[in-house]
Design a protein around this ligand. Structure first.
Ligand code: C2E
Ligand code: MG
Ligand code: MG
Ligand code: MG
Length: 282
């Protein structure tokens, strides 16, 4: 059965050739060293609420960066996250990132007054870890935070697998008070059945809707409106991701998009830089 190809996170990679496996093996030991050397750092990208007269700082997404000493310079997550996912290392990395975000959040909450959560990314693979809820709860307790302080971004592609497991894990997280943000919404992996049953608090529209090719603008605009209408029916706010210019931002605001995240308002930035935004706004 076709759907069984996606029923377990590790099975997908059976297709990877042996040579590729050997090559990624090299990369993996580099990653394990990097974890020990604390080469992974967290950037923060602001999210803005568009429902008022002027855009208002209303959230942030934590995004991992790998400052590699051996590879020289910054490696983007697009390169190493898939490898981490193949080898089960991703959960370890994500725990590390969540811990760092929790520590940072606690510090910021004491210095500034704001009531939005910081969003962290949760890999599809993490959702299969039996200790996920327990360990994330421990992180929150250790730093004196509440479930309201971290939001969880879960990519829409988890809805491709019709597994009750995923659904119950996400429901459990939500029932404990985590806000669930459906990431990359509209990227096209969803089973509509799964989607309708997924407990979602926020929809994050996939950025492909803003990457324009000549000829399909009209269709893309229709899709954007469709998603915004869908979010209204679901009674959840919608965030547009990957907004790079004023024209897009104005258009989105005009058609009722609640929030915007993108280079136009701010790139992912080091913690110290994001703190300046908190200083100015909160
Ligand atoms: P994502 O969660 O969908 O994050 C949004 C990505 O879009 C980020 O890429 C961000 O830098 C980029 N972006 C934001 N605004 C714009 C824009 O206006 N234009 C363009 N072209 N790009 C924009 P990034 O940081 O490279 O991360 C890529 C993906 O890696 C993330 O996609 C997420 O799936 C994954 N990722 C990042 N950090 C983590 C993490 O700590 N844990 C896990 N499991 N995954 C992570
Ligand atoms: Mg995300
Ligand atoms: Mg996304
Ligand atoms: Mg993504």
């Amino acid at each position: 059965k076709a759907k069984d190809n996606y029923s377990h996170p590790y099975e997908v990679y059976d297709e990877v050739s042996h040579r590729q496996q050997l090559e990624s093996q090299k990369y993996i030991s580099a990653m394990e060293d990097a974890l020990k050397q604390r080469e992974f750092i967290t950037y923060y990208q602001p999210k803005y609420d568009m429902t008022g007269d002027t855009p208002r700082l209303a959230g942030a997404e934590a995004l991992v960066r790998w400052q590699s000493k051996t590879e020289g310079g910054m490696i983007s997550p697009g390169k190493f996250i898939p490898l981490f996912e193949q080898n089960g290392l991703i959960y370890k990395l994500d725990l590390y990132i969540w811990e760092e975000v929790a520590r940072q959040m606690k510090e910021w909450k004491e210095k500034y007054s704001f009531n939005f959560p910081i969003s962290v990314n949760v890999s599809r693979v993490d959702l299969y870890s039996p200790n996920l809820l327990l360990e994330i709860e421990q992180i929150i307790d250790r730093h004196g935070l509440t479930f309201r302080d971290l939001a969880l971004e879960i990519t829409e592609s988890v809805c491709a697998a019709d597994t009750e497991t995923i659904l119950s894990v996400v429901r459990n997280l939500r029932d404990h008070g985590f806000k669930i943000e459906m990431d990359d919404f509209g990227s096209g992996y969803s089973s509509l059945n799964m989607l309708s049953r997924m407990p979602i608090n926020v929809l994050k529209m996939d950025m492909k809707f803003f990457q324009r090719n000549a000829g399909n603008d009209e269709i893309m605009d229709a899709m954007i409106r469709l998603i915004i209408d869908f979010a209204k029916v679901m009674k959840v706010p919608v965030i547009a991701e990957g907004v790079e210019d004023k024209e897009q931002a104005d258009y989105l605001k005009a058609i009722g998009c609640d929030m915007i995240q993108g280079y136009y308002f701010g790139r992912p930035m080091p913690a110290a830089e994001f703190e300046k935004l908190l200083q100015q706004n909160c």
